[in-house]
Write a protein that binds this ligand. Sequence first.
Ligand code: GLN
Length: 286
Amino acid sequence: MKKNKIAVAVALCMAAVLTACGGTAKTETTKAAGAETTKAEAETTKAGAETTKAGAETTKAAESSAAGGKLVMVTNAEFPPYEYHDNNDIVGIDADIAKAIADKMGMELEIQDMAFDSLIPAVQSGKADFTAAGMTVNEDRKKNVDFTDTYAQAAQVIIVKEGSEIKAPADLDGKKIGVQTGTTGDIYAGDIKDANINRYNKGMEAVMALTQGKIDAVVIDREPAKVFVKENAGLKILDEAFTEEEYAIAVKKGNTELLEKMNAAIKELKDSGELQKIVDKYITAE
Ligand code: GLN
């Protein structure tokens, strides 16, 4: 409803400007629209403040997104090339995609970093509007959040030391396997017969444990695996993947408005080739 009010206000301003100044309509229109945006933002802040006053902190993110101000994204920035720290910034494919989506929605993006297994709870509680975290779509997660259309093909792969006797997924039975807590690697490694699962907060920590000989293999997403293997001598990725998966963004269950806007933006990014450009910026073709 607020949006309609703003649209009417903008239209009225435009009409007034057109009548008053004729030729300079374009500049004036921009100014008028800008002023309206500021007003909308001010209203958002007010709504946010009232929410806080009422003590319902958790609905703040959802409120501001509905009113059209800031989009709060949560991620786990230990997952190159999708999200990682670059000095004080969180950068990567997901960060760029989220920024492009926010731009299309005319909203500001704020990215917060947290443990991977806190991401879905943060979205569920409304602390964040969405998570983009190289997150694999799976049936269990669908019970807790709604996923957008997928934007990337992914896989869990197996990293071993060069010369390891583990040559394929079937050889993992009874082995010590490192995973990142709460990831699909963690979930699906549970299906391996007699597996001894070692959980780490960061994928990189699992890889370090492998180089130190504390574990026999790491099950992790393909693109981060490539980065970690490149950074650590003596490791390799097995040819046969452990699983095939797809990534999507997750929003609070039932937030159809945000889901639909994001899906529309993702479609535009795919159709225009912009999405591929973002991927190419971070992943060089082999
Ligand atoms: N794709 C995996 C998952 O969704 C891992 C994601 C990650 O570690 N950021 O569980």
